[in-house]
Design a protein around this ligand. Structure first.
Ligand code: ADP
Length: 588
């Protein structure tokens, strides 16, 4: 606005000063013309024929009085008289524009630089004729009377007026600028506040309502704009809240997922990964962001799966194995492309579901089936073999027949023992899951005494001493028959794997937080590597010895399940060749 005001003021100043200049020039020309007529009257008596001396005297006098230079020029251009300079020293003036014009019978005017005067001059020349009444149309003049004044004489008053005009224009510019400033503040101040609000919003801060109530004289357009911005801010706030809420929900789901989740972009860089994934891959989630997957995933199978997912059109599913220092982890991997708002592919989402437990269970089931089949096949093959031998004629030899039947009987017993144990195990397992195993507070000593009595004949055959150490008052929440079976299994094992004439100690003690029952022997012991798997079904630390002693490999599995049904724990400590101690801990 100030620029417009300055331009307008400068234009007005220029226009008025040039108009004034023209006005002064016109007036001065008129004035010169009047003076010329007066001078012409004075010189006329001495002009035809010309009297140079007289003429010069008049010119000098009038020239001095009127501050005008007066020159009289002959028809051929020679100067006759001049009010300033001596005519002899002056050039021929026939080529001067105003002189040419005057000689042609008109009033000649020209503005030019004068060599004689050394400045800009205004010249006016009028024809001199013997006949004073001759008109412009009459024949050419006999001479020329020329009057001139310096143009500066005209400029001086003009300069003063121009200075006034400029001063006035400056004052007006300042005043107009002030008014423009006040007016523009009315627009810019609310706009400025809107800008600040918009910037805050752009910085991610919640949009604030622009309150323009305190703004006086606000323009209608600005008020409308503010109202539109306020409504936009409100809508954006609402959307932002919705988006933030949804994002928080998603983040919570993402962070809380047990499954490891990786988000990878098309450039094979990690975009995001949840806590489960950072634990699994052993990387810091923040540090991993933006890094190439090649740096983060050190497993070729997984790397390959991610790449296939990025290239695939449909969701992928595969099994991936991660090898870690503490064993293998099996994953069910799901990979799916994810797209942006324009529906173009931006990356892939990889979800890793840990199925190691499932795999182990599957393996255990497979092993169990194989073990059962194996265990059953041995006696069945033996029985079948001996029956066929008998059928093939051995039956006729009473000695062989008796021996073979005894073997068949032994294998049938073994089959029976295995089936019995399997049934017991499955029954306990079933009752355990159904919660059918009733626990009652009861004394332990009678249970332990029963065990000693049941196993008595076996100890006697090996001359083993079975020591019972249990306070009468000791009691726990137990299922008597089941606990008796578990302890019998342990004592029978102890007897089986102990040398003759040794000692087995059965103790029950009260600990601060549990009732502890131990079965200790000083038998063959168990090597360390077998201890973790000892309670698995059909697991035997010494297969040959176990079979020879008629073991089914299920005794300890039964013990484990009975103890579990008692909400207790069972563990084993053993030193090969020195002895084994099984410990059961029950809640009192
Ligand atoms: P088994 O019927 O073969 O005894 P168990 O499940 O009762 O089956 O025992 C599993 C294996 O644990 C046995 O084969 C044996 O090798 C080992 N074991 C169990 N108790 C003892 C013990 N007291 N001393 C040494 N080894 C034992």
């Amino acid at each position: 606005m100030v620029l417009i005001i300055i331009t307008a003021m400068a234009g007005a100043t220029w226009f008025s000063t040039s108009a004034l200049h023209n006005f002064f020039l016109a007036r001065t020309k008129k004035d010169l013309q009047i003076r010329a007529v007066l001078v012409e009257k004075q010189i006329r008596p001495f002009s035809f024929p010309p009297d140079p001396r007289k003429l010069e005297a008049i010119c000098r006098r009038i020239g001095a009085e009127s501050a005008t230079r007066i020159t009289i020029v002959r028809r051929d251009g020679a100067v006759i008289a001049d009010s300033v300079e001596s005519p002899q020293r002056m050039d021929n003036h026939a080529d001067r524009l105003e002189v040419i014009e005057a000689l042609a019978g008109h009033i000649g005017i020209s503005v030019r630089h004068s060599h004689t005067m050394g400045r800009e001059m205004l010249y006016l020349a009028m024809p001199l004729r013997p006949d004073a009444d001759a008109t412009a149309a009459s024949p050419a003049a006999d001479g020329v009377l020329r009057l001139s004044i310096p143009i500066t004489a005209l400029d001086e008053p003009l300069r003063a007026i121009t200075a006034d005009i400029i001063a006035c224009a400056i004052l007006l510019t300042v005043l107009a600028g002030l008014v423009a400033f006040i007016v523009s503040r009315r627009i810019t101040h609310p706009l400025e506040r809107m800008r600040i609000s918009a910037e805050l919003f752009a910085d991610g801060k919640p949009a604030k309502e622009i309150n323009l109530l305190e703004e006086r004289n606000i323009s209608l357009e600005v008020a409308d704009l503010a109202a539109a911005l306020n409504s936009m801010a409100n809508q954006l706030n609402q959307r932002l809240q919705t988006v933030t809420g949804q994002r928080n929900q998603l983040e919570a789901v993402f962070a809380g997922m047990v499954e490891a989740v990786l988000v990878v972009d098309l450039g094979e860089r990690i975009v995001n990964l949840n806590q489960a994934a950072s634990l699994l891959l052993n990387v810091d989630a923040n540090a991993a962001q933006g890094k190439p997957i090649l740096e983060i995933l050190r497993n070729n199978d997984l790397l390959d799966f991610v790449r296939r997912s990025l290239a695939a059109r449909h969701p992928l599913e595969d099994e991936v194995v991660l090898r870690k220092s503490d064993g293998e982890i099996y994953f069910q991997a799901h990979g799916a492309i994810y797209r942006d708002a324009d529906n173009s592919r931006v990356g892939a989402l990889i979800v890793l579901n840990d199925i190691t437990r499932l795999r182990l269970l599957q393996n255990m089931r497979r092993d169990f089936v194989a073990n059962v089949s194996h265990e059953l096949r041995t006696p069945i093959t033996a029985i079948k073999g001996f029956v066929e031998t008998l059928q093939d004629g051995a039956v006729s030899c009473p000695e062989d027949a008796g021996r073979f039947l005894a073997i068949i009987h032994r294998h049938a017993d073994r089959l029976n023992a295995i089936v019995e144990d399997l049934l017991t195990l499955s029954r306990i397992e079933q009752e355990e899951t159904d919660g059918d195993i009733a626990l009652e507070q009861g004394a332990l000593r009678p249970v332990l005494q029963n065990v000693c009595e049941t196993c008595g004949w076996q100890t006697r055959s090996k001359n083993i001493t079975l020591v019972l150490d249990c306070p009468d008052t000791l009691s726990a929440r137990i299922n008597g028959p089941l606990l008796e079976q578990a302890l019998s299994n342990l004592v029978v094992n102890a007897i089986k794997y102990s040398p003759e004439n040794s000692e087995i100690i059965l103790t029950a003690t009260a600990r601060p937080d549990a009732i502890r029952i131990t079965v200790s022997d000083s038998g063959v012991g168990i090597a360390k590597e077998h201890l973790p798997r000892l309670f698995e079904r059909f697991y035997r630390s010494d297969k040959a010895r176990s079979r020879k002693l008629g073991g089914t490999g299920l005794g300890l599995a039964i013990v484990k399940h009975i103890v579990q049904a008692h909400h207790g724990v069972v563990r084993v400590d053993s030193t090969p060749a020195r002895g084994t101690t099984f410990t059961i801990e029950l809640t009192p």
